[in-house]
Design a protein around this ligand. Sequence first.
Ligand code: SD4
Length: 313
Amino acid sequence: MIACNSEQNKKQVSKAPIVEDVIIKPIVIATWNTPIAVNEAAKVLESGGTALDAVEAGCRIEEANIDNQTVGIGALPDRDGNVTLDACIMDDKGNYGAVLCVENITHVVSVARKVMEETPHAILVGKGAEEFAVSEGFKREKLLSEKSKKAWENWKGTSKYQPIINIENHDTIGMLAVDKKGSISGACTTSGLAYKMRGRVGDSPVIGGGLFIDNEIGGAAATGLGEEVLKTVGSFLVVELMRQGKTPQEACKEAIKRIVSKPNSDYKNFQVAYIAVNKKGEIGGYSIHEWFSYNVYREGKTKNITSDYYLKT
Ligand code: SD4
């Protein structure tokens, strides 16, 4: 018979840190360099708003930015010229909502929140998600900008599908926030990979892939080649590694190691990066290749931090 309360078992159960003692100031951390979005989230937190409201507000900034070609309106299309968006959101109670492969709706992060809060489901996809959004008052918009249309037309000259490290796909936002109560929430919004196959969905809207939050431990988000993040359940892995006692930095590094050490990994030809925050307010970020960066807001300042990375020659 196994004694459930043996000393050994007690030691193996990692205790969640006590929040009230350690979180002093709100924190926002987000993939890549989108300071306006991060500042928007920070504004919500500083005025006493929740981490959930903060990440939604932050992500909406880039979704509305027509010049950001990887998120929301103005994003690069799939190979057939359709802009399809993915987003998800998670709150401090472990609730999750997502929309996948949605067309004609700019603020998919808000639709994901509606899925989480207003439906009995966690995920809606495609036409169903679009119709749900419209029923909730979102307006249909043309998402393909002139700039993205031109880029797609140029791409069709060769039709070569090769995601380019740090260039073609940057600015997908994975955002994590810690509010004044020490509660953590996160969101992720993207158009995925440019010139993807129609119907393709990456890690960003998938729980445990592009985002995972466990309010007792911390949160993590991913960017880069979603297929590789999905195959290692990357953001969930980062949070579980933090649960085992790793710092956010160590956890991000270990999750990247899992990808690059897979047999026959082609990691020299793709980028993946993670960001993380824990309950103590410690943060981390790590990528395979150089030039990943992330924004961090704390104590009134937003900084862009160049990430440490695996592939040093
Ligand atoms: C995807 N992870 O759809 C996303 C792309 C991305 O910065 O993060 N780009 O695979």
